[in-house]
Design a protein around this ligand. Structure first.
Ligand code: URA
Length: 434
């Protein structure tokens, strides 16, 4: 086989065989195909697309490039969840202990934040002492003992994706549906769970700006995951405005703790219950989503999810006292209000602008190796549908030593205020199970 012929075949819109895809990925990972040829292939894929079979072949090839976590030693059904990335998305922090308290085993590997979207690992590390670098042995033993472990994804998981993603990042080929699907699903398969729920975001703060594109991505990921023998379902959910009120690291952790106490924002709690009930059905303990939801609501309201959260935090070396005293989480020294210029109804809170403001304050990173400030962020005071008076706070900026003015402008620009109330939009736009 020749790299040139494979690039040309895709350039001309032909279908690649599993052998061709597998050969290309293997040789590129081994350094035998140059990055310039891989970049040309990526652009051909971007322009011509891959069908479901080709995407499944690419997913398998990526998966084979690294280590696969063997969770067969863990009793029961192992579950995982993936979000395509959003602003203020702290669902894993609530969902993981909630599901573990419901009796399924949560084994999740997560990433750090990049660009305007935050990462679960950064949020977890805002708890003093919390350790996210677990060896495979520690990860598996904790899932067995506590029922939940969330660890930073190791270098050994799908190295081919890392290499390819770095090229996509600089060749304008990130936002290709089959490339995103193969990248995400290969990592989920490598993490070893039996049942996976995907939260595919649609809106201004997401990869997929509209519901149609999000649905296509969700369908493809569900198809590829099922072909690989896993139980997979997806929800398409709103990311036009941030989820909840808190955006940052420690502030999102504090909001997740409030949700586990039954005092969280409605949208966050709703999303956790919806994603959680789909997973309970996939994993087997519930016969349908309604039954699963009732069960999860009970576990949330009776405090069992909160107890499981304490146990999980302690197991990963974190200080469980943050549950009773969220003041122990890192605090930003400055709190600056952003005031409403006029009276009216909030009709838009642009998630991308809020995410950018939070990154500029130091809570996120533009490059993978930058440190983050766990204390800074933005707390919204008004969301879509809130009625505000002129001079009332729309949001508060939590700042330390940088980005305050730029962040203030971005947050102010994120808000649109109109004389009439907006039409309400559902949080869950669609479900994809087939
Ligand atoms: N997240 C991933 O892991 N991969 C992509 O390609 C896009 C988002």
């Amino acid at each position: 086989m020749q790299a040139y012929a494979i690039i040309k075949k895709k350039r001309d819109g032909e279908r690649l065989s599993p052998e061709e895809i597998s050969w290309f990925i293997e040789r590129h990972t081994a350094g035998e195909i140059a990055d310039y040829q891989a970049a040309a292939w990526l652009m051909a894929v971007y322009l011509r697309g891959l069908d479901a079979q080709e995407t499944a072949s690419l997913t398998e090839a990526l998966l084979r490039s690294g280590r696969q976590v063997d969770l067969s030693g863990v009793d029961g059904v192992k579950v995982d969840k993936h979000s395509t990335g959003g602003v203020g998305d702290k669902t894993t922090l609530v969902l993981a202990p909630l599901l573990a308290a419901a009796g399924v085993k949560v084994a999740k590997m997560s990433g750090r934040g990049l660009g305007h979207t935050g990462g679960t690992i950064d949020k977890l590390e805002s708890i003093p002492g919390f350790k996210t670098e677990l060896s495979l042995q520690e990860f598996i033993s904790q899932v067995n003992r506590v029922g939940v472990a969330v660890a930073a994804q190791t270098e050994e998981i799908v190295p081919a994706d890392k290499k390819l993603y770095a090229l996509r990042d600089v060749t304008a080929t990130v936002d290709s549906i089959p490339l995103i699907a193969a990248s995400i699903i290969s990592k989920k398969l490598a993490s070893g769970a039996d049942a996976i729920v995907l939260d595919v975001k649609a809106g201004s703060g997401a990869f997929m700006q509209d519901v149609t594109a999000a649905r296509t991505l969700a369908r493809l990921m569900v198809t590829v995951g099922k072909r690989a023998g896993r139980r997979v379902a997806a929800l398409i959910t709103d990311m036009d405005q941030p989820l909840g009120y808190a955006v940052g690291n420690a502030v999102e952790m504090a909001e997740a703790i409030a949700a586990l106490k039954g005092r969280g924002p409605l949208d966050l709690t709703e999303l956790c219950l919806e994603l959680g009930s789909r997973l309970l059905v996939l994993a087997g303990p519930a016969s349908n989503a309604q039954v699963a939801r009732v069960r999860l609501e009970e576990i949330l309201w009776n405090g069992r999810a909160l107890s499981k959260f304490r146990e999980w935090v302690a197991a990963q070396g974190g200080d469980p006292q943050v549950v009773d005293d969220p003041g122990l989480l890192p605090q930003a020294p400055r709190r600056i209000p952003v005031l409403s210029p006029r009276s009216g109804h909030v009709v838009e809170v642009n998630a991308l602008a809020i995410g950018e403001a939070v990154r500029i304050l130091g809570a996120g990173r533009a490059r993978k190796d930058e440190p983050v400030d766990p204390s800074v962020g933005v707390i919204l005071a008004a969301k879509v549908g809130t009625k505000v008076d002129a001079g009332e706070p729309l949001a508060h900026i939590l700042a330390r030593d940088k980005g305050e003015h730029e962040a203030k402008e971005l947050v102010a620009s994120a808000y649109a205020i109109a004389a009439s109330p907006p039409k309400t939009r559902p949080l869950v736009r669609a479900a994809v199970e087939e």
